[in-house]
Ligand binder design. Structure first.
Ligand SMILES: [Cu+2]
Length: 122
């Protein structure tokens, strides 16, 4: 009986590193958003901020926001040009900017969260 107990302990020790590797091998959920961010047309909402808070895109670009935070936020134009309404954690919102200009926006729930989209001519 004691030998079986030792065997089980040995197996458990062997299994531990395998479990740890499997857990760390899981890809981060918003991998697609990260790739899009490199093109400059995607904004992550995280830690009560827009990241990046300032982006510049050519006219005709669709800018997407993705809520990576644990609470709902909004993407609300300062002048009423667009308003996402509440974006739940894990959800997104996008706007296609066809007219060059500077578009400032904020979160209606947390007014200290602000961002800017600069749309340049084509
Ligand atoms: Cu917010």
């Amino acid at each position: 009986m004691k030998r079986i107990t030792v065997l089980f302990a040995f197996i458990a020790l062997l299994a531990l590193p395998a479990v740890a590797v499997a857990a760390s091998a899981q890809p981060p959920a918003p991998a697609a958003v990260s790739a899009a961010q490199m093109s400059g047309s995607s904004v992550s909402i995280a830690n009560f901020s827009f990241q990046p808070s300032w982006i510049s895109v050519p006219a005709g670009t669709t800018v997407s926001w993705f809520n990576n935070d644990g609470v709902a936020h909004t993407v609300t134009s300062d002048v009423g040009a667009f308003d996402s309404g509440a974006i739940a954690p894990g959800a997104g919102f996008s706007v296609t900017f066809s007219t060059p200009g500077t578009y400032t926006y904020h979160c209606a729930f947390h007014p200290m969260m602000t961002g800017t989209v600069v749309v340049t001519g084509m």
